[in-house]
Ligand binder design. Structure first.
Ligand code: PLP
Length: 364
């Protein structure tokens, strides 16, 4: 018998699989609950969905038989105009996940160092494993702020190629202060600033406009959250002009489908209305926070994103997650270093907040 697994790249066997949230339909089946009854607050999706014009544009799509423009020209031009930066700095991808992968594909040889600041989004560590990078972890402080001195020391000692920072950070929702980002940009490292949730943090917070003048800054953005396009997979990044042409060389050409780029373009045309929906979510986030503060066994953290992280006190967070799931409410559970006994709740519609708070009071 030929053992085909002996053909695998050695390090993949020991690599843990990425743990995505469970598929919605599968969860609904397990809970014996129709999909439309489930309140899905586990993956920071936009409960209002895409702009209605996106649905109309997709229904009218007639170019599905033709390969997409590999350069995503129309979308990148619209993004360049929206952000006031040159189109040459922008690359679109199948979600910002693809762009994280692309950066490592271009820069990382085995044993190169990547600096990560956990607790944070899991994809940086996952891709580091895939490319056999050495991941140096500089933990965030207990209040989830960055330990700037420790990062500076780690850069001096470990000479990482890339520093990954999410702002607002997933899972706690804290924004990195502008002064801290400025300080880190002085370091001899490529700073990848992941702004997946920046639209919920207030106007003028993004660093994307800085990319053309800053040699070591990448800013990642996505249509998954504010534009409600998570299922279509479209994100983008602003990259230093010196790196962009090389990123194009290592990118698969057709990862952004005709449907995805159409939806993204239409979303940009309706950005004002989508931002209004974003403001509704921000207002709902504050109402949710106030409600969660009334739940005796939860310590919720203020957030600049579309989710709220809560430490669960005096009881098992996993049991709480399961109790909520049996009532048709899905939240994300964490129990790793720096996140022992936590749940993260995405901001939903007002009726979702009401149902969640009632369920939390019921299980008290
Ligand atoms: C911080 C952060 N970056 C990126 C992503 C992935 O975004 P996309 O859907 O564009 O791949 C997520 C998704 O949850 C996230 O939390």
């Amino acid at each position: 018998m030929f053992d085909v697994t002996t053909l695998m790249r050695g390090h993949i066997e020991d690599m843990p699989a990425y743990e995505p949230v469970q598929a919605f339909e599968q969860m609904a089946r397990q809970l014996h609950c129709p999909v439309e009854k489930i309140i899905k607050l586990d993956a920071n999706e936009n409960p209002y969905g895409a702009h209605p014009a996106v649905g109309r544009a997709l229904a009218a799509l007639n170019g599905a038989h033709v390969y997409p423009d590999s350069g995503c020209t129309a979308l990148r031009e619209a993004l360049a105009a929206a952000h006031g930066i040159p189109v040459e700095n922008i690359i679109a991808g199948a979600g910002s996940d693809e762009l994280i992968d692309l950066i490592m594909r271009l820069l990382v040889d085995p044993d190169d160092v990547i600096l990560n600041c956990p607790p944070t989004f899991g994809m940086y560590a996952f891709d580091a494993g895939l490319y056999r990078a050495r991941l140096v972890q500089v933990a965030r402080r207990p209040d989830f702020s960055l330990d700037l001195e420790a990062i500076e020391n780690a850069v001096a000692q470990e000479k990482p190629k890339i520093l990954f920072l999410a702002s607002p950070n997933n899972p706690d929702g804290s924004l990195i202060p502008a002064a801290a980002i400025e300080r880190l940009l002085k370091l001899p490292v490529l700073v990848v600033l992941d702004e997946a949730y920046i639209e919920f943090a207030g106007a003028g917070r993004s660093f994307i406009g800085r990319v053309p003048e800053q040699d070591n800054l990448v800013v990642l953005r996505t249509f998954s959250k504010w534009a409600g396009l998570a299922g279509l997979r479209v994100g983008y990044g602003a990259f230093p002009a010196a790196l962009a042409p090389h990123l194009w060389k290592v990118k698969q050409p057709y990862t952004v489908s005709v449907a995805a780029s159409t939806a993204a373009l239409v979303s940009l045309q309706h950005a004002d209305e989508l931002n209004q929906t974003g403001q509704r979510l921000v207002a709902e986030r504050e109402r949710l926070l106030a409600g969660l503060r009334q739940i005796s066994y939860l310590s919720p953290l203020p957030s600049q994103a579309n989710f709220i992280l809560c430490k669960v006190e005096d009881r098992a967070a996993l049991e709480l997650k399961h109790s909520l799931a049996w009532m048709g409410i899905l939240v994300r559970y964490f129990n790793q270093a720096g996140l022992k006994n936590f749940i993260r709740i995405s901001v939903g519609r007002p009726q979702d907040t009401d149902a969640l708070l009632e369920a939390l009071r019921y299980v008290a």
